[in-house]
Write a protein that binds this ligand. Structure first.
Ligand SMILES: Nc1nc2c(c(=O)[nH]1)N[C@H]1C(S)=C(S)[C@@H](COP(=O)(O)OP(=O)(O)OC[C@H]3O[C@@H](n4cnc5c(=O)[nH]c(N)nc54)[C@H](O)[C@@H]3O)O[C@H]1N2
Ligand SMILES: Nc1nc2c(c(=O)[nH]1)N[C@H]1C(S)=C(S)[C@@H](COP(=O)(O)OP(=O)(O)OC[C@H]3O[C@@H](n4cnc5c(=O)[nH]c(N)nc54)[C@H](O)[C@@H]3O)O[C@H]1N2
Ligand SMILES: [Mo]
Length: 779
């Protein structure tokens, strides 16, 4: 439906036919600089983004090249920067005339848009307000409260933004305190990858580097919205597409960035060159149809192989690789052959012809990359889907040579790195002997809680305290209806934050907001300004130096806050010289190197090399650290990734929860989703015209979604407006976090417990509410 529609006082739909990037990006950047009141010196900071002597972007984790472009940032990276270096402030005065109950009426956008937090604050029961507090008083009370608890009942969450140094310290703090309760954002994100890949190929991370894009002959792209979520990758995709590399995309939605791209940093290109077509084939499969689609492609390859010469240049299967390097091929082959086309077509929503078209390209491409995101990880059978994708790669030896490999696209800028340095609830992933020998820490033996388990234990009252290193957990997790009231009963809630968010308002009996420096700010400690480091999506470590004056003189660095928490909550539980580490972060890096020498040897020396340094990834060298010593073909147990829904329930549709181009997770920069052409409101549900008609509804009408499971919990989101959209019938889409109340806590990926946010079974009914209640704000 390519026409503009005004669907209410707020909502307008203007179908976007522009390429991703281009002038739209430039306009959006200029808008961000104005909206966040960024002074001119601030805009110059952008030139330092993702450069060896600069700071690493606080938005996504996409790889940073050794020879950066002049502007090595994208529209969304620039938004994230201006959002952090805004000149707006949330001071004690801001809180003085607002109760927490008042602030609860503000929406996600307005809470964060109010600006940077400037002072440590404590919730005051008598007035229901946050009031300023001295740092030392805060640390004393938090330490006292944590010491009084059984260590099992405290939880230490990390959002994926904190540096390697801070994350390492935070992990040591939790273990010195006495637990492995270290859930993190990865538990809602690529945990599925971290479970799937070790079983298949013996590594928890992807096998590709930036260099592979220059050598690849074909890219298969599953369930990742590059134009919004990792826009800098569009440069690599554009270069590949210009070389004639086929890019075959599987995504229920036609995402602009995967259709065409104009480099917004190239004025010449914006004026005269046509947009580059990115995807050569675009397959709009059903949500959760990936295992079926991949099995279909595998089935065609097996057929082609049977009719092709067995060896030589034209062979379809890499038989040499399969026999030397893999295990389980015959079982997988039998399973693929036994899978019926009718099943494949009905589960994937794609025709046999479409999958044959993919297989034909794949069978002739020498080196192939497999890129994926949340479209694969956030499903009940996500682990199996990723393993089936690996099977497809193994069939043609597409791991461990240039231009080939598995490329999961991580989310937060250091989410992968935090795992590497010990943020995990699984004790076996941490070298306990090193913790004992180097830091005098007795490693707690019990497995800790991941994010879903932490929520379960908050609901059942076993968790009494939570410390959050970044993030907005109450909004990001499933099951708001149960989690929020339980959260309010916690004894202690502590948030280390840069900006106010809803989680700070859903507070426990004792509640603190501890405001910290952002990564773009100069972090002055005793030995001078400090640098920090992070790991990108391709396993490459980069240094980052703050560039601008801190938002307030009262802020502390995350590293300092973590050290003080450790000193107060777990005194004499380690031999760590916390103060010495805070005075000079290079000492933390030395400690990381001593703990994980294979990855981080000579950490301080190697960090500042242009382009950083790569961690070793054995699967790249075809060394397989699996139980069989080989790369494993693993047979999926089901073609359906959404086993909670009986397929014959015709009134049930699959809800995909997504990000807009105007948000970074729960940080809502604006109500516009430019790439999808939706302006002014996030309270929408995208539906196919057949579904709109089938349910007797109309575009623009307000509807109520209810979760179609029968477990005694009522889950609904009311007042979403219908937008007619190019999405497969039977699937609908809405935004995260607005739709999170619909996601049952137990609806998660098997084995990884990643919430299955891309396939929530729901029913759609007309709403009695005209449109969502607009949240007032004095801002
Ligand atoms: N601007 C911006 N950048 C971000 C973020 C942000 O919120 N905003 N978040 C960051 C974080 S933490 C993360 S994890 C990443 C997330 O980045 P993505 O992985 O891109 O995550 P989503 O936007 O949730 O959705 C991914 C895509 O999956 C598709 N999809 C949904 N269901 C299916 C399915 O069943 N199969 C297939 N094949 N596709 C499906 C959707 O249509 C969508 O295009 O981005 C990071 N970068
Ligand atoms: N339905 C649904 N739910 C989802 C998803 C989905 O696709 N659908 N995606 C999931 C995914 S992939 C993820 S990663 C999670 C995200 O979950 P979280 O990581 O918990 O959430 P964010 O929105 O990234 O956190 C934003 C907050 O971080 C704070 N912050 C920003 N910068 C800094 C900093 O430098 N230091 C500190 N200490 N704090 C800072 C700000 O105060 C801001 O309010 O959500 C998950 N939830
Ligand atoms: Mo994420």
């Amino acid at each position: 439906m390519a026409r503009t529609r005004k669907l209410g006082p707020d909502l307008e739909v203007k179908p976007n036919t522009d390429a991703a990037g281009g002038w739209g990006s430039v306009k959006s950047l200029v808008k961000s600089l104005g909206r966040d009141h960024v002074p001119f010196s601030g805009s110059r900071v952008l030139l330092k983004q993702n450069k060896t002597d600069g700071f690493m972007c606080v938005s996504c984790a996409w790889a940073k090249p050794a020879d950066p472009r002049v502007f090595e940032f994208c529209e969304n990276g620039a938004k994230a920067t201006t959002w952090e270096i805004t000149s707006k402030r949330v001071t004690p005065d801001f809180f003085a005339d607002k109760t927490v109950s008042d602030l609860e009426k503000w929406d996600d956008h307005h809470l964060e848009a109010a600006g940077r937090l400037t002072h440590p604050m404590r919730w005051d029961r008598a007035t229901d307000k946050y009031v300023p507090v001295e740092w030392e008083t805060a640390f004393d009370e938090i330490g006292r409260e944590l010491r009084a608890l059984n260590p099992e009942s405290a939880v230490f969450y990390t959002s994926g933004r904190a540096s390697l140094e801070t994350a390492f310290m935070y992990g040591l703090f939790a273990r010195a305190y006495g637990n492995n309760n270290l859930p993190d954002s990865s538990n809602m994100c690529h945990e599925t990858t971290s479970v799937a890949l070790p079983e298949s190929i013996g590594v928890p991370v992807g096998t590709c580097t930036l260099d592979d894009f220059s050598h690849t002959d074909c890219i298969l792209f599953f369930g990742q919205n590059v134009g919004t979520s990792s826009p800098r990758m569009l440069h690599e995709l554009q270069e590949a597409a210009k070389r004639g590399v086929p890019i075959i995309t599987f995504n229920p939605l036609r995402e602009r960035g995967l259709v065409e791209f104009v480099n917004p940093q190239s004025p010449g290109e914006m004026l005269i060159e046509p947009a580059t077509r990115i995807s050569s084939q675009y397959h709009q499969l059903k949500a959760g149809g990936d295992t079926a689609a991949i099995m279909g492609i595998a089935k065609v390859l097996l057929d082609l192989d049977e009719h092709a010469p067995p060896t030589g240049e034209n062979s379809v299967l890499d038989t040499e690789f399969i026999s030397e390097h893999t295990h389980g091929f015959e079982a997988f082959k039998a399973a693929a052959k036994a899978t019926e086309w009718t099943q494949i077509e009905s589960r994937s929503g794609l025709t046999r012809g479409a999958l044959e078209a993919t297989a034909a390209v794949y069978a002739h491409a020498k080196s192939v990359m497999f890129i994926y995101g949340m479209g694969l990880t956030q499903h009940k059978k996500g682990v199996e889907t990723i393993q089936t994708l690996v099977n497809l790669a193994l069939m043609r030896g597409n791991i461990g040579r240039p231009g080939a490999g598995i490329c999961p696209v991580r989310g937060h800028s250091n989410v992968q790195g935090q795992r590497t340095v010990g943020i995990t609830e699984k004790p076996e992933q941490v070298p306990a002997d090193k913790l004992k020998q180097l830091f005098g820490i007795e490693m707690p033996k019990d497995k800790g809680f991941n994010t879903v388990e932490a929520c379960e234990k908050i609901i059942d009252g076993r968790v009494r305290a939570i410390v959050l290193l970044g993030g907005n957990l109450v909004r990001a997790v499933p099951e708001h209806r149960l989690v929020e009231p339980a959260w309010r009963k916690l004894r202690l809630t502590v948030q280390i934050l840069t900006k106010l968010n809803r989680t700070a308002l859903v507070h426990g009996e004792i509640s603190y907001i501890l405001p910290c420096l952002g990564r773009i700010e100069i972090d002055q400690q005793e030995s001078g300004p400090q640098a920090v480091s992070m790991e990108d999506s391709t396993g490459c470590m980069h240094g980052s130096r703050g560039q601008v004056k801190p938002a307030s003189p009262h802020l502390l660095s995350e590293a300092k806050i973590v050290a003080e928490l450790a000193k107060h909550a777990a005194p004499s539980r380690s031999t760590i010289p916390w103060d010495e580490w805070v005075s000079d972060y290079s000492k933390v890096r030395d400690a990381i190197a001593a703990t994980y020498p294979d990855i981080f040897h000579d950490f301080n020396a190697r960090l500042w090399k242009p382009g950083g340094f790569h961690r070793p990834i054995d699967a790249r060298k075809r060394k397989w650290n699996t139980e069989t010593g080989k790369a494993n073909f693993i047979v999926p147990t089901s073609l359906s990734t959404d086993i909670d829904v009986a397929p014959d329930e015709r009134d049930v549709v699959q809800l995909i929860t997504l990000r807009s181009n105007g948000q970074f997770n729960t940080t809502v920069y604006s109500y516009d989703d430019r790439f999808r052409g939706i302006y002014g409101s996030r309270h929408v549900v995208l539906m196919h015209s057949n579904d709109i008609a089938r349910f007797g509804l109309a575009e623009g009408q307000a509807v109520c979604l209810t979760t179609a499971v029968d477990d005694g919990v009522e889950r609904k989101v009311d007042g979403l407006q219908i937008v007619e959209y190019d999405i497969p019938a039977g699937c609908i889409a809405g935004y995260f976090p607005e739709c999170n109340p619909l996601l049952p806590l137990w609806h998660y990926a098997e084995k990884s417990k990643t919430p299955a946010a891309k396939s929530i079974p729901v029913r759609v009914a007309a709403s009695s509410q005209m449109r969502p209640h607009k949240i007032p704000s004095s801002n």
